[in-house]
Design a protein around this ligand. Structure first.
Ligand code: FE
Ligand code: FE
Ligand code: ZN
Length: 289
């Protein structure tokens, strides 16, 4: 089971610290931001302990493809109202692709963005035209558009949106998809029939485009269009379903990344990962953290 979680990336050990944190949780995959997700200030890669991080991954038998980078969520290539925002998205995405390449990671998760005050179709066409401005100098990096919850004016809450974007990108071979279980539930997909949802994904996007799963429970019911993550087993999806997804043979080669909230200011990942590996839900452990 390729299972990991979102980890911190901070001084003094940076990426090396991220790998150490993941190992403490018993993870064999991880996801990090290259800096604060809400801004574009970034440290030089040369100062981020990348060599040490790679050695640590190797020592523990974790391939670099299991280290996922998440682009900051301020990147909004769907914004046609403020062209400077979309322009910043292009410029910053290029740098983020370069950083992902320099770290040696393969997958860069990106939110498609929000159309703000226009409409869905304008949002989709803006994303396509902006992403087509990006110069792709590193073909070892695959940008994974994330399935969104459809909160506010978010684009990408239907597989059809992502399919249309992928279809119209000049460099579609540099793109894939990240499937978030909380988001797809909130967007209205019935994950209880998970195989059917995967069939639909396969028909519309193609399963070969799926490279990352975000495994989260949801605080909200199906179709709520909210995007509020819940700890594994404590939400509306429930432990059995999330365990089933974690074990799904069709996704066996794909890293599943937890982005569940801290409990009492403490990371729950060690316990959540252990529960998913064992297939036993221990609610009390989470509630008494
Ligand atoms: Fe995300
Ligand atoms: Fe996510
Ligand atoms: Zn989310």
């Amino acid at each position: 089971m390729i299972l990991g979680c979102h980890v911190q990336m901070k001084a003094p050990l940076y990426v090396e610290g991220s790998v150490k944190e993941a190992l403490e949780y018993g993870a064999n995959a991880l996801m990090l931001y290259t800096g604060a997700p809400q801004n574009t200030r970034r440290k030089e890669i040369s100062e981020m302990h990348v060599e040490q991080a790679r050695d640590l991954m190797k020592e523990n038998g974790i391939p670099m493809e299991h280290m996922i980078v998440h682009a900051p969520y301020i990147i909004n290539p769907a914004n046609s109202v403020k062209p400077e925002v979309a322009e910043l998205a292009v410029e910053f995405l290029e740098k983020e692709i370069e950083r992902t390449h320099e770290i040696g990671a393969r997958y860069l998760v990106l939110h498609p963005g929000s159309f703000t005050t226009t409409d869905l179709e304008t949002g989709i066409s803006t994303i396509i035209s902006q992403l087509n401005k990006v110069s792709y100098r590193y073909d070892d990096v695959i940008i994974c558009l994330e399935t969104m919850a459809g909160k506010g004016s978010e684009v990408g809450f239907r597989f059809e949106h992502l399919a249309e974007i992928l279809e119209k990108l000049n460099h579609t071979e540099q793109y894939g998809v990240c499937f978030d279980t909380c988001h797809t539930n909130d967007a209205g997909y019935d994950l209880c029939a998970f195989d059917d949802v995967l069939d639909e994904f396969d028909r519309i996007i193609g399963l070969k485009k799926l490279h990352v799963v975000h495994l989260n429970d949801s605080k909200n019911s199906r179709g709520a269009r909210k995007d509020r993550h819940e700890n594994i087993g404590l939400g509306t999806l429930g432990f059995d379903l999330l365990h089933q997804i974690a074990c799904c043979p069709r996704l066996s080669n794909i890293p599943k990344i937890l982005e569940t909230p801290y409990i009492n200011k403490k990371p729950p990942y060690k316990y959540e990962i252990e529960m998913l590996r064992k297939g036993v839900f221990e609610k009390e452990i989470l509630l008494n953290m």
